[in-house]
Design a protein around this ligand. Structure first.
Ligand code: ZN
Ligand code: ZN
Length: 122
């Protein structure tokens, strides 16, 4: 079981299954939301993400008609991306908010056509 939290620590969650199909998304929306070159997400069934504290502090922003990006309204940490039409019962958790070490076997780089020009990759 994995545990995670936001920057201020008021939102805490646990994962009942391993995050799957981990990807680093370089799309411009993830860049803006995270204030970073890319955002790394792991996918899991919605039922396997359990908020154990601070669920009332979660705010959500619709970056498109169905896509919800959830974040802590106290500290701004991005926590969840959900609403995919293809996978309605799944959600994506930001890997960087995990407190339990998790090292995915592979990370797929997506939307690399909008990769930040200053991002060094090898
Ligand atoms: Zn917070
Ligand atoms: Zn993205």
């Amino acid at each position: 079981m994995y545990q995670g939290s936001c920057l201020c620590g008021k939102v805490q969650y646990k994962l009942l299954s391993d995050p799957q199909r981990v990807s680093s998304c370089h799309c411009t929306m993830c860049q803006k939301q995270h204030g970073a070159a890319f955002a790394t997400y792991g996918n899991l069934p919605k039922a396997d993400l359990v908020y154990v504290a601070g669920a009332d502090l979660l705010a959500s922003y619709n970056s498109s008609a169905k896509i919800e990006r959830k974040f802590c309204k106290e500290c701004g940490s991005s926590l969840e991306w959900c609403g995919s039409a293809e996978h309605p019962n799944w959600t994506s958790i930001t890997l960087s908010t995990l407190d339990t070490p998790f090292n995915p076997e592979t990370i797929t780089q997506i939307f690399t056509e909008t990769k930040a020009c200053w991002l060094e990759t090898n």
